[in-house]
Design a protein around this ligand. Structure first.
Ligand code: ZN
Length: 498
């Protein structure tokens, strides 16, 4: 094999806990073996093997991956090989960004071995890469749901599953799901409750603590981490949060916040009904009576929350008649939100310019989502899904089995001729015929079961809920006509090609 020096290859390997259920085939060892063998066979020159062990594929915050990008930028690498697309990422938008934009922009050829994707070769498999990526994304979503369920179970049992415990507590060194009191910190908590019970307002408590230079939560925790020069001030919000935290009575209160999605770190506050509370799970710092009294004394929070309406289609709506953007008016007390042509809104006095385009937003959203789903399903979908799901091995397996069946059938035909020409006995023929027929049946069953595996994924797709980021990736804009008709304009040229 001639060594091709112009191909400077990076092998990228990733394994995370979420891959556990895929068994040995995804192991680091296995990926490494497969890929180094491939690189050798191709005569590529291997620059480095980049391994992220224990990193999720739902984002790109992985050290080895970042190191690889740096080496690409330095020109050390011009080919990246992974076992399959999901090793690169389970976030299909990010995958697209790298495979379709970043790699090509850096002159990098990308190969996903078992998905038969190779950006240097113009093949149908490259066209289906976006779909394969969507599937990987779906698995990640499904998985994160399972993990969340497991987490919730632990929370219901009163086990601490948060990260950093609040001021006054630390994680038990013998049981990471149990909290114990941090004596020094708990004194500050007691002090805050005392000051409040004795008639100080939150603002006054803030000033007292700041004047006395009582270290804040972040100062203390960061000092433990060796950062000495951290400076912090007590804020009213922090003090109020402490005064409201039922955890100090010895009850476990969790699920107060949650992540927006499995992909983002962004945190939102959950409504009280969703909090998971288990009483008396750890030692109290504040007794229940004091805590209840404090809650009664605390200034009542105005019910009007700072929660802003989030609309899935925000910024994507356009007026089909005048070409301006269509805005969404905030939900009213009855929960209804309406669309409005911005041009019309600004020039209401001149009704010849445009019409209101005022429709019920939720109806529009439903219509748009249905249109997208229909569009996705319309594309010779079985074929797409087959291509998406059937990785290299699967296709190969089916083909191999089909070839074997053909061979057996030819054998049976030949044997029949032998029987007629008396080369073999009738009894012999019958015996072999039965044996070969059952071979065929077995092989056909195997093919069926491989194909059935693909079928399940279509169900997943049917239940797939588009989130905003996915939507932005798929949809260029949505035009709304004055009569309420909707046109969805897609970003995906490839959708129509396949
Ligand atoms: Zn308009």
């Amino acid at each position: 094999m001639v060594m091709n020096l112009s191909d400077r290859v990076a092998i990228y390997i990733r394994l995370s806990k979420e891959d556990d259920n895929f068994g040995e085939s995804e192991s680091i060892q296995n990926q490494r073996l497969l890929l180094t063998k491939y690189v050798q066979e191709q005569g590529f020159s291997l620059v480095d093997i980049y391994i992220d062990d224990g990193y999720t594929g739902t984002n790109f915050d992985r050290p080895a991956f970042k190191r690889m990008l740096k080496d690409i930028e330095l020109g050390k690498i011009n080919v990246v090989v992974t076992k399959d697309l999901s090793r690169l990422s389970r976030d299909y938008i990010g995958t697209g960004e790298y495979v379709e934009k970043w790699f090509p922009a850096h002159g990098v050829r990308y190969i996903a071995l078992t998905d038969a994707i190779d950006t240097a070769i113009d093949s149908a498999n490259n066209d289906i890469a976006p779909f394969k990526a969507i599937l990987n994304d779906m698995y990640a979503k499904d998985l994160s749901k399972k993990i969340r369920t497991a987490l919730k179970t632990m929370q219901m049992e009163g086990k601490w599953v948060g990260g950093c415990p609040p001021l006054g507590y630390e994680v038990d060194s013998n049981d990471k799901n149990h909290l114990v009191i941090n004596e020094r910190e708990s004194e500050i908590v007691k002090r805050i409750f005392d000051l409040f019970i004795n008639g100080n307002k939150i603002n006054q408590i803030k000033n007292i603590l700041n004047n006395e230079r009582v270290p804040t939560f972040y100062m203390m925790r960061n000092r433990e981490n060796g950062k000495r020069n951290i400076y912090g001030c007590w804020s009213s919000t922090t003090i109020k949060k402490i005064l409201q935290n039922r955890l100090y009575t010895g009850d476990m209160v969790q699920n107060r916040r949650s992540r927006v999605s499995y992909k983002y770190r962004k945190i939102i506050c959950n409504p009280r009904e969703q909090w998971i509370i288990k009483e008396n799970t750890h030692e109290a710092i504040i007794n229940r009576k004091t805590f209840i009294k404090v809650q009664e004394l605390l200034p009542k929070q105005r019910q009007k929350s700072d929660k802003k309406d989030i609309f899935l289609l925000d910024g994507l709506l356009k007026c089909a008649d005048c070409g301006n953007n269509i805005g969404i008016k905030a939900r009213r007390a009855n929960g209804k939100a309406t669309t409005v042509c911005n041009y019309y809104r600004q020039h209401r006095s001149d009704e010849t310019l445009c019409t209101s385009h005022g429709f019920d937003y939720d109806t529009i959203e439903k219509g748009v989502l249905e249109t997208i789903k229909r569009e996705l399903l319309m594309l010779n979908f079985d074929e797409v899904m087959d291509k998406v799901n059937t990785n290299y091995d699967m296709n190969d397996n089916i083909k191999k089995l089909e070839r074997e069946i053909t061979d057996i059938k030819i054998n049976i035909d030949n044997m029949y001729i032998d029987k007629i020409s008396n080369k073999i006995s009738e009894e012999m023929y019958d015996r072999i015929y039965v044996k070969l027929s059952s071979d065929i049946l077995n092989k056909e069953r195997k093919i069926d079961s491989i194909k059935k595996k693909n079928k399940c994924d279509i169900e997943i797709l049917n239940n797939y809920k588009l989130d905003r980021k996915a939507l932005l990736k798929l949809v260029k804009y949505i035009a709304i006509h004055h009569d309420g008709n909707i046109d969805v304009h897609f970003n995906f040229k490839k959708l129509n090609i396949i």
